[in-house]
Design a protein around this ligand. Structure first.
Ligand code: ADP
Ligand code: ZN
Length: 203
């Protein structure tokens, strides 16, 4: 972050695929704000119960305390007016109301640091991340390592057959893939294969 005078508000967005270090980076920035004795509040959507509800936990087991919320209205309800720095993880699950809300917070002079998936399991922009990127003052895109070939990975590959937009999970259900190795229709293919096997074994 650049040097700033006074309490100029500021929106930072960290986005990329799963395993790319978004939570790690969010935790790093928030910890530094805490070391600087700023008033920090951290939120994560309740939908992400992978590891703990009162912490953000990264895939390399870094952690920081966090409050669980269902949507941006919930963040607003839990927000202390004295808070200077607001961290939000998994922002793609917080709903469209998040965009106006974070702009209002920045206009009030607060620093907001948001992490979230930029694309879904089909490679489509994951709302409201595109809108948050548009209103951000600073953007960081993180890349993971492709689990097939070792190249930089920008995609989240779903490995299991499920066509719901949100399927919460981590290792075993998703892996990072580069543009070349990404197979958005893998889940659909798996489901089709399973159906055929079931038909054969039933017949
Ligand atoms: P995100 O929040 O983007 O899902 P995390 O911050 O939780 O990512 O985790 C990042 C950590 O995950 C890395 O530092 C590394 O230890 C681990 N990791 C596991 N798989 C991969 C991968 N395919 N590429 C990069 N890092 C990975
Ligand atoms: Zn690859």
């Amino acid at each position: 972050m650049n040097a700033m005078r006074g309490n100029l508000g500021w929106i930072e967005v960290v986005c990329g695929p799963m395993f790319s270090g978004k939570s790690e980076e969010l935790i790093r920035r928030l910890r530094r704000a805490e070391i600087a004795r700023q008033r920090v509040q951290i939120f994560k959507p309740v939908i992400d119960q992978r590891y703990a509800t009162d912490h953000i936990v990264s895939h390399d087991d870094g952690r920081i305390h966090a409050e669980s919320v269902n949507n941006s209205a919930d963040v607003q309800a839990k927000l202390d007016v004295r808070t200077e720095v607001i961290g939000i993880d998994e922002a793609q699950f917080l709903g469209d109301g998040t965009v106006d809300f974070v702009v209002r917070l920045a206009d009030m002079g607060k620093r907001i640091i948001i992490a979230g998936l930029d694309t879904d399991y089909l490679g489509r922009p994951f709302h409201p991340m595109p809108e948050l990127l548009a209103v951000a003052d600073e953007i960081t895109k993180t890349l993971a390592i492709c689990m097939q070939c070792g190249n930089p990975a920008k995609h989240t590959q779903r490995l299991i057959a499920n066509e719901d937009l949100i399927v919460v999970g981590a290792a075993g259900m998703y892996e990072a893939r580069c543009r070349r190795c990404f197979e958005p229709d893998l889940a659909a293919k798996e489901a089709e294969k399973r159906k055929k096997t079931q038909l054969v074994s039933a017949g």
